[in-house]
Design a binder for this molecule. Structure first.
Ligand code: ZN
Length: 471
């Protein structure tokens, strides 16, 4: 069956914007220079990639494509506005949302950026959120991570390239961070670097059509909401005159009006959506749980070929996974793998998934997702979900009514649908089990296999029984 969400996301319009970055007349805009750096730009990329893998195994990502896509779209505007002398074609900027309450964000060398859900919830506007992102991007564009490591090298703290990952991830000061394993990814910069990131951040903001003073405002917001302790300000120590310094720079900048964003509805919509989720854990809770998250393939990593439809029998041994930021535990046959498909998480055997006409298609496996429905009644909410699954797919048919069952100890509905697989043309059974979360959202499991293969039924039963929802 086709995954409900198209992988090609909402960012096509961003390419339009890239064309119109106007040269700004520099009145007294501060000139920033690179620090000396012994590492190559490629090293930044390599280190960041390694660190991103590690980070994603430790942090629960928010699997919500609308939220992530929105953050990505703001990020792209900013990336396109980085002044040319700080652009590195080798860098791959991408943006993900961590399901954590702390008001924080971090970026890794070479481009990966992680914005906490708490940061988006705390910001008063898109401009404030963009401000923090522009600050983070500036650290990356100025290659502060490897510049800082270069400095360390001078003092013999490093032994060659092999040691860098360790330094980036946990150089001097790691000892005190050992309690909070994730914190080692957060480079703690000197105040000098902080000022540079503030100034370049303000310049990027103006070029991207944002009011650079929103960067200063966001630091106020962070302070007011207690971002000091374990939050943003402990990773990005405030220079004494931070607020005034940014506003001074802002006076020398002209906002690129051609790019200005006047529509604030997207931001409001995303905040509204986040309010619908169960409260996010704090970074400390995440660290204390010691939970590791499988680094699944994220969007864009499906094999290019259609699913072969030839798969192994489900193994009798099960492996347990934690999904949706630890909110759901589930056990699946240990010869299946996790694929994070935007709003849903799939568990599939090799050969049971692939791409067809640019869309992710599954022939065998189980997926889990959370849907926002307008109805709070389980049956009508389920019907809404079925309608949305059937959109653009005339082959999907209900084959019976609803049966009452239980899922993780709560009332659930079970219904079966028939479909013709988009890639293989074979008829398939789609079982849908739904229940409601405390937030009122609809939690669902979909199990799909070809009609002619009954040997998946008992695996699906086992998976269903293993589901534990902690909301
Ligand atoms: Zn910083």
């Amino acid at each position: 069956m086709i995954s409900k969400f198209k992988r090609q996301t909402v960012i096509a319009w961003i390419t339009l914007i890239a064309i119109t970055v106007m040269p700004l007349t520099a009145l007294a805009q501060t000139q920033i220079k690179y620090h000396s750096n012994r590492f190559s730009v490629q090293d930044d990329v390599k280190l960041g990639r390694q660190a991103a893998q590690e980070a994603e195994s430790q942090f629960p990502l928010l699997r919500d494509e609308q939220v992530r896509g929105y953050v990505e779209s703001v990020g792209r505007r900013l990336v396109d506005a980085i002044p040319s002398q700080f652009q590195h074609p080798e860098f791959q900027y991408y943006f993900k949302v961590v399901n954590a309450r702390d008001i924080n964000a971090f970026a890794l060398p070479g481009g990966p950026m992680y914005v906490n859900r708490g940061m988006i919830e705390a910001a008063h506007s898109e401009g404030e959120m963009a401000g923090v992102m522009a600050h983070e991007l500036s650290h990356v564009a100025l290659r502060h991570g490897t510049a800082q490591a270069t400095k360390g090298q001078k003092y013999g703290l490093l032994a060659g390239i092999a040691g860098i990952a360790g330094t980036i991830l946990g150089g001097p000061g790691v000892g005190q961070l050992a309690q909070a394993p994730f914190a080692v990814y957060l480079l703690k910069f000197s105040r000098e670097y902080e000022t540079e990131a503030d100034v370049l951040g303000a310049q990027i903001m103006a070029r991207a059509g944002y009011d650079p003073r929103d960067l200063a405002n966001m630091f106020r917001t962070i302070e007011q909401q207690g971002g000091g302790g374990g939050g943003f300000l402990s990773d990005h120590p405030s220079p004494s005159d931070r607020y005034a310094r940014i506003n001074r720079e802002a006076q020398a900048l002209r906002v690129n009006e051609a790019m200005a964003r006047r529509d604030t509805r997207d931001f409001a919509r995303v905040q509204e959506r986040l309010r619908g989720y169960p409260a996010a854990p704090t970074m400390e809770e995440i660290a204390r749980s010691g939970q590791r998250y499988p680094v699944g393939e994220n969007t864009g990593n499906y094999p290019n070929n259609p699913p072969s439809g030839r798969v192994e029998y489900p193994s009798g041994r099960y492996q347990s996974f934690s999904i949706f930021g630890g909110g759901v535990q589930v056990s699946v046959p240990d010869n299946w793998r996790q694929i994070n498909d935007q709003n849903s998480v799939w568990f599939v055997p090799e050969g049971g998934y692939g791409q067809y006409n640019g869309q992710a298609v599954f022939t065998h496996g189980a997926s889990f997702g959370v849907a926002n429905t307008s109805s709070r009644n389980l049956q009508s909410a389920t019907q809404e979900l079925i309608n949305s699954l059937g959109q653009g797919n005339n082959n999907l048919r209900s084959t019976g009514g609803y049966q009452r069952t239980t899922l993780s100890g709560r009332t659930a509905l079970y219904t079966t649908l028939r479909n013709v697989n988009e890639a293989t043309g074979r008829p398939e059974n789609v079982r849908l089990i739904t229940t409601q979360l405390r937030s009122g959202q609809l939690f669902y499991m979909i199990a799909v296999s070809p009609e002619s293969e009954r040997n998946f039924d008992s695996a699906f039963q086992n998976i269903l029984r293993s589901v534990r929802i902690n909301d």
